[in-house]
Design a binder for this molecule. Sequence first.
Ligand code: CMP
Length: 137
Amino acid sequence: AVQETLVLVKPDGVARSLTGEVLRRIEAKGYSLVDIKLVEAERELLAEHYAEHEGKPFFEPLVEFMLSGPIVAIRVAGDRVIEGFRALAGTTDPTTALPGTIRGDLGRDWGLKVQQNLVHGSDSPESAARELALWFK
Ligand code: CMP
């Protein structure tokens, strides 16, 4: 079924000029760009976006990292795109993410407090609906 998901190119991806590469992979897979914008996120938005991680040791460093520079927010549509984009992104840890994925090919482990892993993709239809409503009000 056709779905929509939220993709974020995180501050490390934007700073490394990898936005075009991420868009290229999304389009090459056959997904459609529905909306896109450059965002300087506010703390409140990030706290809502990452509400499920509140209280975890990486929560504060994660929010600080996401405040460190602009983010590209993208509304992407396609058949099973929620699962499909997560497959394109690869697993959370860029060191062990499989080659062929965005994180596996391009992600670096800097030994920092939080995984600077280039992209975010919604993990379920419920998350996608919630996150799209937050980032595309
Ligand atoms: P993402 O899956 O987009 O959303 C949660 C983020 O938290 C994740 O990407 C990583 O950037 C970060 N993260 C998740 N787990 C850890 C962890 N164990 N240590 C550090 N950062 C993490």
